[in-house]
Design a binder for this molecule. Sequence first.
Ligand code: PMP
Length: 399
Amino acid sequence: MPKLATRMGRAKPSAIMVIAEKAKRLKAEGRDIVSFSIGVPNFLPGEHVYAAAREALEKDSGQYGSNRGADALLDAFLKHIEALGLTGYGRENISTGVGAKQILYNLAEAMLDEGDEIVFPAPYWTSYLDIAEIVGAKINILPCPPEQHYKLMPAQLEEALKRKPRVFLFNNPSNPTGMVYTRDEIAALADVLVKYPDTWIITDDIYNTMVFDGVGYHNFVQLRPELRDRTVFTDSLSKTYGMPSWRVGFIAAPAEVAKAVTTLNSNHITSLPEVATAAAIAALSGPQDIPAKMCKEFAAKRDRVYDALVSIPGVVCPRPQGAFYAFPDISVAFGKKHNGVEITDDVTFCAALLEAKGVACVPGSAFGEPRSLRISYSCPDEALDKGMARIVEFFAELS
Ligand code: PMP
């Protein structure tokens, strides 16, 4: 057989999908499975989104669209980010993609030559590592353990930026931890960033409207406008609008970066489908009651998960304040046994939990923190309570 490209040796299938597939397989075998593994929202967009999509289907020109995104979509996104405090951008600053994942890949291609350094905190969203590896970047991961609430400290950032990495990649609210940086924390990191002008800043803020407890959403550009010339804000409709399979993502960026991403679009995807474009415009410009209601519901689900986790002796869980994830430190279980099965690390823990209790969680090592695991709590309350009760039971049975 001919040989595959060397980069495929660095590309791995998503660890999250591996667990999700195993949970699916067990379910198909008739097991009662609760899946906390995959990060998809458990709600759908409003009828106005489907109506716009149906209308677009009927009028579909059947032609390719704009590489950057339809003007009406760019305008709808510009209005949307104004509400987040990102003002003064024009169409030339925006580009679109088939979800945030594809845009992040485009950004990596646009900014990183082979061997250039990218820096990001751990825990990180799994694809950051994979995308950086595929483009052959040098990767510097900044560990942010549970003791510092999984948050990046200004001194850590400063140390990393002294090496003049090409890209700093930052995610807020966080997948997998559910942590949200406060205004003061963002300001302190921004104060460091202004001192190091050689580094691009990519913020992956796709959960930006899913923030609880009044902590609010903040970003570097809002607080330090001088960072705008090298900061890329990344957004998506997948989570906040319940539209993962519509595959619509955005950036607001310096014009040169938006142009580079648009050029890559012309080679990778050409354009978004017309139907997805129409649905996205309707989602961004129409009633915002469903996303707002879901945010409230997720806050209540967070309480159910958090209360169960902190009731377990030895489990430490910084309180999540956004997205729909909890990321407890479960290392108290390491070195113990469940029904004779040894728990040595996060992977054996998750395997034993799935086997014994039918609860699927993702091992923290998939996100660069092997002491923890990720619970995606975007599911009905009944399943949530059942799954959490089984996790509590599992810990109680450890010996
Ligand atoms: N960034 C983060 C932090 C995510 O959690 C995800 C999806 N799990 C993405 C990006 C990709 O989202 P999209 O569906 O828009 O490609």
